[in-house]
Unconditional design. Structure first.
Lengths: 444, 421
């Protein structure tokens, strides 16, 4: 019998903000190959997603049905989907929020418990309303949507038949917890990033609280690297024995990426990713200044957008190197491919990178890479230059070495490309599938 | 141009100076577009704006002024038109350019000289400034058959050294903003002279009265024509000169006709003329009618822009300075191409507006900057500008030989564009 998984994610290609959507897609496709049946719930679908193998569900299409206050109480923990009672249909409307996360830490003994909360603020109980249309993405209503999503997912869980819940990143953890409580099915959370990676010590307390609660209550935790597993233990007090490290994979390039040239020159060094402090853009800028002293004809490209972009632009201008330092803003996939096709050195100076798929894509495109030691991906690629993110002297030396010694660049390029062939979603999926079976087996 | 032959019958003078300028705005050029040899300028946007501003302001206001000039002989106005504005009028709205010619035919207009590209070239030590002033002279001769004798620099940027440069080009004087910190308690309503250059007049714009019209017309304290005229009459001194200088687009574009601003201008001119307290005149006549006694000594650059009235509107932050420095650094390689199209493009990129869009000032100044900008943010403006410069630098390295300009064209500083128009 194949495993049925209720998988929860916040984005799915082609409309993605970062590596999360790619990872969800890669993993789901490969799990499907392994015979796992997946129902993947995202807040919002717009029809361009590839749903040929994975059953994709949009939370925006689901009416949330709630038990009437007069219905008898029952415990959600062991009720299962079969325990459905007479439900009234009600749309989750904005009156529900601002969402109070505090009560989630209390044990949820009955459906009634939180149902009352809705009914006190929901004037339309007993009427059938349109489902809530999620915006998706990561806008200012994110927390609100995360709350709504958890209710919708619980409803879906009650009406579906599955063996295990697999939730990707904090946006879906609440939903996973609710679904697990409502159905008694085990929950695996998959940590692609933590609030600590995204924001250092200055992150959102609400997000951190959700993550901490999920880390504590989930049956198992998948971490994308040992780097992340260590953070979960040190910052989230996670039980190390619950954590399973499963490195991300990378999609093999369909066509062999052809190298191109750019009229601005053949010493092009690229940073590619969100321009936020955790990605270390300022170390890239500072290293650029040092490299330009050695190679005045080198050019630096910062590709991507983010809240640190204005500061980076000022930093570059203050150093007077705008003529050799270029900004692209957010790039689409085909533009990323073009950029990589004429990039000579790829740099990922992340302060804390749970994994980091882009260096793998750079390697596939035939670009030698320099990555920070504070990244998960450094655990899987031996043929890269690795530096501490703060050591801009070392970073500049690494860039200069690659620009200067063509033999070094080409050797790294060749070996790295060969070695990453083993980093596949397929091997990630095999590990996850084994975890599914172990978890279900332990439950029964 | 027909010069006024009679000396003014009254001592108190008012000069109305209108600035006409439209930059050639850049189209969006991403870093990955560099090397694709696409055009740099947003022809669609530029034509739209020229069309709109012509209909809202240039054509109707020119017509009003023309009628006033015919009704009241002796009335004078002062205009400065940038070369890039004239080129775009000719290209996108010839009717508007003709309406300026019709106004000029009344003999009531004194045209000022400026840099063809409305550039910041006066801030640099090289010949670019002289080349662009000469190019503008040729353009004015071509279209209006005048040789301007008085100079106004981009956004009234001024300093002693710029004054000396301008004097060296044969001008009788130039305009400057009347800024408190440079006046040392003296009245701005008089002619000043350069501290070291003989016979070089400096005419100060009254920034408070001018800004009342340009920036405060629609605000709460709306004033009547009579009130405004009275403010002018109340200025002490029988030989005062009051210069009201503003963007011409103030009338009908920045403030739409529905606010009554065009009528205000019309009535004000009529009132000032018929009250017989002051004479509406032009800078050359003012220079002839009196002798500048006071020296105006200005070491640091001043201008009419922003609260600070310095050059920080264009070179006030790191990105502006770096962009300007990069633009300058291309000069040698651009000139070496002898490619007139590349050289002219480089000069169009010198237009001050490109730097104005990169200002990161906030509050009142910031609002004015973003009103004029077609970019979402100063950073977008910077990135787009730098990508354009990068592309131009690439083209300068590998110029297309087919459009090589002759050596004379390049050396004569704009034979090419002058001949085009």
């Amino acid at each position: 019998m194949s495993v049925k998984v209720l998988m929860l994610g916040w984005e799915y290609p082609p409309h993605i903000a970062g590596g999360l959507g790619i990872a969800c897609h890669g993993l789901s496709e490969s799990l499907h190959e392994e015979g796992v049946q997946i129902t993947f719930v995202v807040p919002h679908l717009n029809g361009e997603e590839d749903a040929s193998r994975i059953k994709l569900m949009s939370a925006s299409d689901v009416n949330v049905t709630l038990a009437s206050p007069k219905e008898e109480k029952y415990s959600s923990t062991h009720s299962g989907p079969g325990a459905k009672q007479t439900f009234e249909t009600v749309a989750v409307e904005s009156t529900l929020l601002p969402y109070d996360f505090a009560h989630l830490t209390e044990p949820m003994t009955s459906f009634q418990h939180w149902n009352n909360e809705i009914l006190t603020s929901e004037k339309h109980s007993g009427t059938v309303s349109a489902p809530y249309k999620f915006k998706g993405g990561y806008g200012k209503e994110l927390l609100e949507e995360v709350g709504r999503y958890s209710f919708v997912v619980e409803e879906i869980a009650r009406n579906s038949n599955f063996d295990i819940i697999h939730a990707h990143d904090w946006m879906t953890y609440l939903a996973g917890l609710r679904a697990s409580r409502a159905t008694g099915k085990p929950l695996i959370i998959h940590v692609h990033a933590t609030e600590f990676d995204r924001a250092g010590e200055g992150g959102s307390q609400a997000v951190y609280d959700i993550e901490r609660m999920a880390v504590e209550q989930a049956d198992h935790i998948v971490a994308v690297s040992n780097w992340t597993a260590d953070i979960l233990v040190s910052k989230y007090n996670a039980d190390r024995s619950k954590i399973h490290v499963v490195h991300n994979g990378v999609f093999p390039n369909k066509a062999d990426a052809s190298r191109d040239s750019n009229p601005i020159g053949d010493k092009i060094v690229t940073f590619l990713g969100r321009v936020t402090f955790q990605k270390g853009p300022e170390y890239f800028v500072d290293a650029a200044r040092k490299v330009l002293k050695e190679f005045p004809d080198s050019h630096f490209v910062m590709a991507g957008s983010g809240d640190a972009l204005p500061q980076m632009i000022h930093r570059v201008a203050r150093a007077g190197m705008s003529s050799n330092f270029h900004f692209t803003g957010f790039l689409k996939k085909k533009d990323i491919d073009r950029l990589l096709s004429f990039t000579n050195v790829y740099v990922m100076p992340s302060v804390s990178e749970p994994f980091g798929i882009t260096p793998l894509e750079a390697i596939q495109a035939g670009v030698p890479v320099i990555i920070s030691k504070q990244s998960g991906v450094s655990e899987v690629i031996p043929h890269a230059l690795k530096v501490d993110f703060w050591d801009t002297d070392a970073l500049a030396r690494a860039v200069c070495s690659l620009l200067k010694h063509k033999s070094l660049a080409s050797t790294m390029q060749k070996n790295a490309k060969e070695s990453i062939k083993s980093i596949s979603w397929n091997s990630a999926a095999k590990k996850i599938k084994r975890l599914y079976y172990e978890t279900i087996h332990a439950e029964s | 141009m027909k010069q006024s032959t009679q000396s003014p019958k009254k001592e108190r003078q008012v000069i109305l100076y209108f600035q006409v300028h439209q930059p050639r705005r850049l189209r969006k050029l991403g870093f990955l577009d560099v090397g694709n040899n696409g055009g740099y300028f947003d022809d669609h946007l530029n034509s739209q704006i020229i069309e709109r501003v012509s209909d809202n302001c240039y054509i109707p206001v020119n017509e009003k002024l023309r009628k006033l000039a015919e009704k009241y002989p002796g009335l004078k106005f002062c205009f400065s038109l940038s070369g890039v504005a004239i080129d775009q009028l000719e290209k996108y709205k010839p009717k508007a350019l003709r309406s300026f010619m019709n106004l000029a035919n009344t003999g009531a207009v004194e045209f000022l000289s400026e840099t063809y590209y409305h550039s910041l070239s006066s801030l640099t030590p090289n010949d670019e400034f002289i080349i662009q002033v000469n190019a503008h002279r040729k353009l004015m001769q071509h279209h209006f058959n005048v040789v301007p004798e008085v100079f106004r620099n981009t956004e009234l940027i001024y300093s002693n050294s710029i004054g000396s440069k301008v004097k060296g080009l044969g001008f009788k004087g130039m305009l400057c903003d009347g800024i408190g910190r440079t006046l040392e308690g003296r009245s701005p309503y008089q002619l000043f002279r350069h501290p070291s250059q003989e016979n070089f007049n400096i005419l100060l714009r009254s920034n408070s009265l001018s800004d009342d019209i340009a920036f405060r017309f629609e605000q709460d304290q709306k004033f009547s024509v009579s009130e405004f005229a009275q403010w002018i009459y109340n200025i002490p001194g029988d030989d005062s000169i009051v210069t009201l200088g503003m963007d011409y687009e103030t009338f009908g574009e920045h403030h739409k006709a529905s606010t009554g601003i065009i009528t205000f201008l019309e009535k004000l001119i009529e009132k000032l003329h018929t009250d017989n307290v002051v004479t509406l005149t032009d800078p050359s006549t003012a220079f002839k009618s009196r002798v500048a006694k006071e020296k105006l000594d200005i070491h640091d650059f001043v201008s009419w822009a922003d609260e600070s009235k310095d050059i920080s509107a264009w070179l006030g932050n790191d990105i502006q300075c770096d962009a300007f420095k990069t633009l300058q650094s291309l000069e040698d390689s651009i000139m070496k191409t002898h490619n007139s199209e590349i050289i002219e493009t480089w000069r169009n990129l010198q237009t001050s507006d490109h730097f104005y869009y990169m200002s990161t000032k906030v509050a009142q100044d910031g609002n004015v900057h973003s009103y004029f900008s077609h970019y979402g943010s100063p950073y977008e403006a910077f990135i787009n500008y730098m990508n354009t410069l990068t592309d131009l630098a690439v083209r300068a390295k590998n110029p297309v030989p087919a459009v090589l300009a002759s050596r004379e064209e390049v050396n004569a500083g704009f034979e090419h564009s002058a001949a085009q128009v």
